[in-house]
Design a protein around this ligand. Structure first.
Ligand code: BGC
Length: 770
């Protein structure tokens, strides 16, 4: 059967769904009048976002919150969990403070609230913007039911360096894909941006900017990058979120061009406000202002003034604004106009959320029970989670039939589930899941038992600890994410594992990182599976039984050894509160895997930072086999190519691609061409495939990447079915920032590639003539 897909994919030219705050005379009048009644202290108070004490990172030092609220010295609070507690403090603000200005309540609702979805890197691997939007919508609904009206998400930092632990919180290495995810998440949180209901909340795009490119992958380290690279490779997702109407922006910890982002006027005013037209407010990251003293750009008073003048409106935990702005005003170091302008933007946001009309709008006591962690939300989370898993390898077992993968497993016989991540419910929700009850998450073992049913015997052994190093394990299992370190010796643990392995038909090895081995402040210099687990895996392989590696991680790992020795590898990230069910759904074939990597998996840590979208250099390697060539751009001890490229991911079925065709090989400035390909499901299962479009600009006024993602479509194909997938490319899609930072498309020859991952060579050439 052949179906012609008529849906034409208009890529970058899609008019962005804009929720730009419209000029609103009523709001303007209201806020102006309110400002006229406020004292200087009350104005500065609105710019103050102290820690509420529930969760602290960095150097918190706030106290006496209730009294400060009463005196109008607080603009909002964050990371408080529970409607009742939020209601209590809101009450102080609107009943006991002089002007009764409501507080705004933020939280790190990064990938779900109590119902958690896969960590963001996993979510992005669904390549399904509707699902991602849906996850944000549910997160907003649950958070708002508990009194939260502002989320510190989406995190859109592009990252090409797997050493950096926060790679887990973003959408990977690609600016185009990251932009689509950014828009979907803002839409999911904010809805149409009118806040006519109490289920949409304000989003906060972070961390502006370039936080994902620290030197040597070390957390909070210096960033040094050319402007042309910023604009082409790192800025687009932030801009996409702003274009989609994100109500707030969080500044990053790093410096940019030698000036900390928190005090960087070029970044926060010239780029964000003037070039991009951002209308919302800017908040620092946690203690971002005082940290500028350690950056070495001045004392607290100086850096606080610097931040205000640069374009920061809210000071998260730093107490720089609250303790120094009054003095700076008296000394002429800041102006009243600057303080008023900052205060106005905070009041605007509260107005937009409807908090002046009803400060208790998000505090409906009937909601938590009916809206949070519902069966419906959990079912969606399970389905999304199963689509975020990436099948990296699926060969036949040593005794199996050629061409037939080990997976999916049969729901019969005996299965040994072995590894420190097998029975680890506390780790399933992943990093930054502050509102969930980790004790309720579904472990892999529980999921397998449930999905495999009664006719399957499931055995379990831990097999090893996370790592031989107990201190590392302690640091990597913070916030209650324990792996219950086992005091038995390595030999004892392995002996128990082998005993059950030998009684089984198949072994599932649940290995990898703990959830807090990625996330904030978890940079690694070695991205292998920890040695204790590698040793366990080797012992399991020696049994000769088929082994499936279920790999938990928050970043790409180096899997060269495992790829050689283990027949099946399913990369599961941290898939959220329903992880165990979702992974089991895929292992047993109830769901055919369709996730694709949004980040390159290197062969060696020496290759990072690495991306499919690199430049060609003047001395590119002349062979595809990766043979070393003297005086060419390569390594003497490793190939250039990664182990698994961006966009890679297998299915239980197989997809065959026809040759790329084009409606024309010439494109004019206002015109567009269609490029198409036939995709056939040539395997034995129905399945989903992410069809990917890349272009290459063959000659430019500046050097251009060897490939750039320009579009993708996730299609569903029944066994034996063929579909024609068509993408439209216009001159707009071929634009880039040139050396004058002008956004242009240049005449000349281009290549369009369509394939199953970024490694595809299936292409056609066309010319742009403007
Ligand atoms: C993180 C932010 C987060 C903030 C508030 C910081 O440590 O960098 O991403 O939103 O804390 O919890």
């Amino acid at each position: 059967m052949k179906i012609r897909l008529t849906i034409v994919f208009a890529m970058l030219s899609i008019i962005s769904f804009s929720q730009e705050i419209k000029e609103n005379p009523t709001k303007e009048k209201f806020v102006t009048e309110l400002l006229s009644k406020m004292t200087l202290e009350e104005k500065i108070g609105q710019l103050n976002l102290p820690s509420s004490g529930d969760f602290t990172t960095g150097q918190a030092k706030s106290s006496n919150i209730a009294q400060k609220i009463q005196e109008g010295e607080v603009g909002g609070l964050f990371n408080i969990r529970s409607l009742q507690r939020i209601k209590d403090v809101q009450k102080i603000a609107v009943e006991n403070s002089r002007l009764k200005i409501p507080l705004i309540f933020g939280m790190d609702v990064i990938h779900g609230y109590e119902t958690t979805f896969p960590i963001p890197i996993g979510l992005s691997c669904t390549w399904d913007m509707n699902l991602i939007e849906k996850s944000a919508q549910i997160a907003a609904k649950e958070a708002s039911a508990d009194g939260i009206n502002w989320t510190f998400s989406p995190m859109v930092d592009v990252c090409k360096d797997a050493r950096w632990g926060r790679i887990s919180e973003g959408s990977g290495e690609d600016a185009y894909l990251g932009s689509q995810v950014a828009k979907a998440m803002v839409r999911g949180y904010q809805g149409d941006g009118t806040y006519n209901n109490n289920t949409n909340i304000l989003s906060c795009v972070k961390h502006f900017a370039l936080y994902g490119a620290p030197e040597a992958g070390r957390e909070y380290n210096t960033v040094d990058m050319s402007r042309i690279k910023m604009y082409n490779e790192y800025f687009p997702p932030y801009k996409a979120a702003v274009d989609a109407g994100a109500g707030s922006v969080m500044v990053s910890f790093n410096e940019i061009d030698g000036i900390p982002a928190t005090g960087n006027k070029w970044l926060l005013t010239d780029v964000l406000r003037k070039q991009w037209g951002f209308k919302g407010f800017v908040v620092t990251d946690y203690t971002g202002i005082p940290e500028m003293t350690d950056h070495g750009v001045g004392d607290l008073q100086t850096v606080s003034a610097l931040a205000l003048k640069a374009g920061v409106q809210m000071d998260m935990v730093g107490e720089g604004f609250s303790t120094t702005l009054k003095k700076s005003l008296a000394e002429g170091k800041v102006t009243q106009k600057e303080i008023d302008a900052a205060c106005r933007l905070i009041l605007n946001a509260k107005y937009d959320l409807g908090l002046f009309a009803n400060p208790y709008k998000y505090l409906d006591e009937s909601r938590p029970k009916k809206d949070i962690y519902t069966a419906e939300n959990r079912a969606v989370a399970r389905s999304i989670a199963s689509q975020s898993l990436v099948l990296l390898k699926n060969d036949s077992s040593p005794s199996g039939r050629a061409g037939e993968g080990i997976l999916p497993l049969k729901k019969s016989g005996t299965i040994a589930v072995i590894g420190p991540l097998a029975d680890a419910k506390e780790n399933m929700s992943g990093t930054w899941s502050v509102a969930t009850n980790i004790q309720n998450s579904i472990s892999l073992l529980a999921g397998i038992k449930e999905v495999a049913g009664n006719s399957t015997k499931v055995l379990y052994a831990k097999g090893s600890n996370l790592d031989y190093d107990a201190t590392l394990e302690e640091n990597a299992t913070m916030f209650g994410k324990t792996l219950h370190r086992d005091s038995r010796t390595k030999e004892e643990l392995i002996a128990e594992a082998l005993m059950i392995a030998n009684q089984s038909d198949v072994i599932i090895a649940a290995l990898g990182e703990s959830s807090e081995l990625s996330g904030e402040c978890t940079s690694r210099t070695n991205i292998d599976i920890p040695q204790a687990q590698k040793d366990l895996l080797n012992e399991l392989l020696k049994t000769g039984k088929p082994v499936v590696l279920v790999l938990f991680d928050g970043r790409p790992l180096v899997l060269v050894d495992e790829n050689k020795t283990v027949p099946a590898i399913l990369n599961v990230w941290f898939a959220g509160s329903e992880a165990g069910f979702a992974i089991a759904d895929v292992l047993f074939g109830d769901v055919n895997p369709s996730g694709k990597l949004t980040i390159t998996f290197p062969r060696s840590i020496g290759q990072v930072p690495i991306s499919y979208s690199h430049k060609n250099t003047g001395r590119p390697l002349g062979n595809k086999e990766g043979k070393f060539e003297k005086f060419k751009s390569n390594y003497i001890d490793e190939r250039n190519e990664p182990l698994f490229p961006f966009g890679y991911g297998l299915s239980y079925t197989s997809f065959t691609y026809g040759k790329v065709t084009a409606s024309s090989t010439k494109m004019s400035a206002k015109g567009a061409i269609n490029v198409s390909v036939e995709v056939t499901n040539s395997g034995n299962f129905d399945g989903k495939e992410v069809v990917q479009l890349y272009t290459r600009d063959l000659v430019g006024s500046v050097t251009r990447p060897v490939k750039e993602l320009k579009g993708f479509q996730k299609i569903e194909l029944k066994k034996g079915e063929t579909k024609t997938v068509t993408f439209t490319i216009s001159a707009e899609d071929l634009k880039f920032y040139n050396s004058d930072l002008k956004y242009v498309a240049e005449n000349g020859m281009f290549q369009a590639f369509i394939g199953t991952n970024s490694d595809t060579e299936n292409k056609i050439e066309f010319e742009l003539v403007q």
